[in-house]
Structure formats: C-alpha cells, structure tokens
Write a protein that binds this ligand. Structure first.
Ligand code: IDP
Ligand code: MG
Length: 151
C-alpha cells in the first residue's frame, strides 16, 4: 500500500553534514519526497512529537537534543513507506544497527542516531501535521514510477 511517513534528520545529522547522504538513501530506494523543510523545533512541538516517551529517563535529554539545532523534516511517500523507512534507518541504537542501515553506517550512540521515522500509520498520522500543513505536502508524478510499484 502506498503510504506517507515523517522523517527527520536530527541535529546531529545536520551538524555532521549528513543531510544529503541521509536523503539519498531514501531517494535511491524509490521513496518520493513530497514535503521538505529545515527548521528549529520549538520545545512545545518537540514535547508533542515525543509525548509517547514522557516520563522515560531519556525524555528530557531527547527534547533538549531535538530542539538544540536545525533539523530537516520531510514527508516520504511510496509503497510500504513506513516500514521501508524504518528498515533503511535501522534499530534505535547506533551500536546495534547493522551495516547498510543509516544508523548502522553513521552512529554509535543511543541518542545521537541521525534520523527519525514514524513507526506506524497511526504515528505518521500524528506526526506529519506537527511539521507540515496540508498545502505543504505536494502530490506529483514521476516518469519512473512503474519501477517503484510493489507488483
Ligand atoms: P526510534 O527513534 O528508533 O523510534 P524510540 O524508542 O522511539 O526510537 O526513541 C526515540 C529517540 O529517543 C531515539 O531515536 C533516541 O534518539 C532516543 N533514545 C531512545 N532510547 C534512548 C536511551 O536509552 N538513551 C538515550 N536516548 C534514547
Ligand atoms: Mg520512535
């Protein structure tokens, strides 16, 4: 099923100049960027985005980290985009993540793991509007789309 998911390049990814490499992984796979912006997240939006983690020991450091500098936010669209994005990212902790994944290739850390991606349809529906209005999400076709269908 064609889905949309929210992806963030976190402040560590931006400061380490990895924006292009991270976006490239998703583009090469065949996911389509339908919204994109660079911003510094407000504390209010960060708390909303990570509300599911409120009360956990890493919550306060995480909110501080995600608001500590510019991030790049995007909406990716494509076949099974939510699951495919999570697989390209790899598991949460960089030192656990296998080579070939973004976290496996670029991170050794629990917190500084370069990238965020929605973990379910429900999460994507919750997270995308925190970053983008309906008008900022663009529908368009590309010539190569037949190569990126599931059949
Ligand atoms: P995810 O990003 O793979 O979905 P979550 O469990 O949702 O992982 O955690 C959100 C973010 O919180 C992680 O990406 C990471 O930056 C941070 N985080 C999660 N667990 C820890 C931890 O044990 N120590 C420090 N930071 C953590
Ligand atoms: Mg998560």
């Amino acid at each position: 099923m064609v889905e949309r998911t929210l992806v963030l390049v976190k402040p560590d990814g931006v400061k380490r100049r990895l924006i292009g490499k991270v976006i490239n992984r998703f583009e090469e796979k065949g996911l389509k960027i339908v919204a994109l912006k660079m911003l510094v997240l407000s504390r209010q939006k960060a708390e909303h985005h990570y509300a599911v983690h409120k009360g956990k020991p890493f919550y306060e450091p995480l909110v501080s980290f995600i608001t500590s500098g510019p991030i790049v936010a995007m909406v990716l669209e494509g076949e099974s985009a939510i699951d495919v994005t999570r697989k390209l990212m790899g598991p949460t902790f960089g030192f656990d993540a296998p080579p070939g994944t973004i976290r496996g290739d670029f991170s050794l850390s629990r917190q500084f793991n370069i990238v965020h991606g929605s973990d379910s349809q429900k999460t994507a529906d919750y997270e995308i509007p925190i970053f983008f209005s309906k008008e900022e999400i663009l529908s368009y076709q590309t010539e190569d789309e037949k190569f990126f269908k599931s059949d």
